[in-house]
Design a protein around this ligand. Structure first.
Ligand code: DCP
Ligand code: MG
Length: 367
């Protein structure tokens, strides 16, 4: 490699095979060995394919394909409506298996994660052996299959995990990384969508080695900021670390004012703005919290917090704003000047999309 890193990392990328479909086939033996698609709509018609079993892929059925097209390609296709709780459960178990080998786990989705196994927690001996242990445990304990890529960086490990799907492992040795990148078709490069790939091909750039012929400045000029990444990656340099996911425990926003707030009307107006920011962040993070906390800092820097908890998680703008105002009034604002206000939500629970809440008549009278 042109820039030999000071120390070589060992990265594994694990990706479950036909994840949703495999969970469905595992849980319902009648679906095994058959072409199935997970997706569609509750009525059984319309919608798109979330994923297809490998038996259905032989007919060309793919993720994100309209169900109608999928049925034209494969008339015997069986549609299964998704059961997200089952996929989450499997995902949780996979992460527990990962954790036996490292704390450095970065999930990319329910079925995919990077692991940094440079430190071999169990003394298994090699990154390849660790990846095989993980795949074997997933098979034995969950009755599902996973594919793995093993190499020195996230980029190479991720490309590698797709190479022997399903149920395969691909290792790209450190000494082969640069040659591997030179041979890689441009559309496999991170961030290269269809449009960029077309543009590259028109410019006579088909593989990594063609990109290597361009200077860093040229790559940036032609493709924007991501050109800098291409420049490095094609030389086998990818120093992005595996960033362990940290659970969000609270989410909020606050504002310090240029002038101290004196009237309640001013305070309410600011709380409305802050509530909007908090609401937007919650929405993006798909979170709802049972506890709303108001923070107030007075002009003399004294600070207080007041909170209110609800029985069920809340995430709607009106409740957040109204609760913050209520907490403000209960905190004796009469003769005080305020320099900062903040709102935080915590005590998270999953947001249940309204469309998925089915009314069960037997449960309406719960007591
Ligand atoms: N998924 C989805 N919509 C998409 C792509 C994926 O809902 N457009 C869901 C269903 C998949 C899961 O995410 O099962 C994981 O996505 P992958 O891309 O890893 O696909 P699979 O695991 O299904 O198949 P593969 O064996 O190719 O990894
Ligand atoms: Mg997958």
């Amino acid at each position: 490699m042109s820039d030999t890193p000071k120390y070589q990392r060992k990265i594994i990328h694990i990706d479950m095979d036909a994840f949703y479909a495999s969970v469905e086939q595992r849980d319902n033996p009648e679906l095994r060995g058959k072409p199935i698609a997970v997706g569609g709509s509750p009525e059984g018609r319309g919608g798109v394919v979330a994923t297809a079993s490998y038996e259905a892929r032989k007919f060309g059925v793919r993720s994100a394909m309209p169900s109608k097209t999928a049925l034209q390609l494969c008339p015997d296709l069986i549609f299964v409506y998704p059961r997200f709780s089952a996929y989450k459960e499997a995902s949780k178990s996979i992460r527990e298996i990962f954790r036996r080998h490292t704390e450095l786990i970065e999930p990319l989705s329910l079925d995919e994660a990077y692991l940094d196994v440079t430190i071999d927690k169990q003394g298994i001996g090699s990154a390849i052996a660790i990846a095989e242990h993980i795949r074997a445990a997933i098979k034995a304990e969950l009755n599902l299959t996973a594919s793995a890529g093993v190499s020195v960086s996230k980029f190479v490990a991720k490309i590698a995990s797709a190479m022997k799907k399903p149920d395969g492992l691909t290792f790209i040795a450190p000494s082969r990384v640069e040659a591997f990148m030179e041979e890689l078709p441009v559309e496999k490069f991170f961030g290269v969508g269809r449009v960029t790939a077309e543009k590259m091909k028109k410019m006579g750039l088909h593989k990594g080695i063609d990109l290597k012929g361009l200077s860093e400045d040229e790559l940036i000029r032609f493709f924007g900021k991501v050109g800098r990444f291409y420049y490095k990656i094609v030389r086998g340099i990818d120093d992005r670390v595996v960033e362990p996911y940290r659970e969000t425990k609270s989410l909020g926003a606050e504002d310090t004012f240029a002038h101290d707030l004196i009237t309640v009307a001013e305070m309410y107006a600011e709380l409305d703005k802050i509530a909007q920011t908090v609401y937007d962040r919650l929405f993006r993070a798909k979170l709802a919290g049972r506890t709303i906390t108001l923070k107030v800092k007075y002009h003399d820097f004294r600070q207080i917090t007041r909170n209110k908890s609800f029985l069920a998680p809340v995430s709607d703008l009106n409740t957040i704003a109204a609760t913050a105002k209520q907490l403000l009034l209960s905190s004796d604002v009469s003769d005080k000047k305020i320099r900062l206000l903040g709102i935080t939500l915590s005590n998270f629970g999953d947001v249940v999309p309204k469309s998925r809440v089915r009314k069960n008549p037997d449960q309406l009278e719960l007591f």
